[in-house]
Design a protein around this ligand. Structure first.
Ligand code: FES
Length: 121
């Protein structure tokens, strides 16, 4: 195992991201929901730069107990990253695809120490 230096901690504020080279791949490091997350920048769908996508809360349909449809709402407890090529969404905590639980982003461990951020490869 090796570590790749990402950046000083102060450069990655809430909602910010940084891409680092990892051989032929890139790793996207994102600070979101108060934690650091790191994923391969290759989408499992068709290889799009998933770590460059928007961060949005999960969209849920609201249905009453009587089964009437009430519209949609954002679930503030679940944040997704959206691949910019075709819109596949992935849970930022787990990397799992929201639309197909068999698909996931490749995750990396992130370490923050001595005011620096590192990914373990
Ligand atoms: S390549 Fe990411 S959604 Fe298609």
């Amino acid at each position: 195992m090796a570590e790749i230096f990402v950046c000083p901690s102060a450069e990655l504020s809430e909602g910010a991201r940084k891409l680092v080279e990892n051989g032929a791949d890139q790793i996207g490091v994102i600070r979101a929901s108060g934690a650091l997350h790191a994923f391969s920048n290759i989408c499992p769908h068709q290889g799009g730069p998933v770590c460059e996508g928007l961060l949005v809360h999960k969209v849920e349909e609201v249905i009453r107990a009587d089964k009437t449809y009430q519209g949609m709402r954002f679930n503030e407890d679940e944040l997704h990253i959206v691949c910019p090529w075709h819109g596949w969404e992935f849970n930022i905590e787990t990397g799992r695809c929201a639309g197909d639980g068999r698909q996931s982003l490749r995750r990396y461990k992130v370490i923050e120490r001595n005011e620096g951020i590192y990914v373990v490869v």
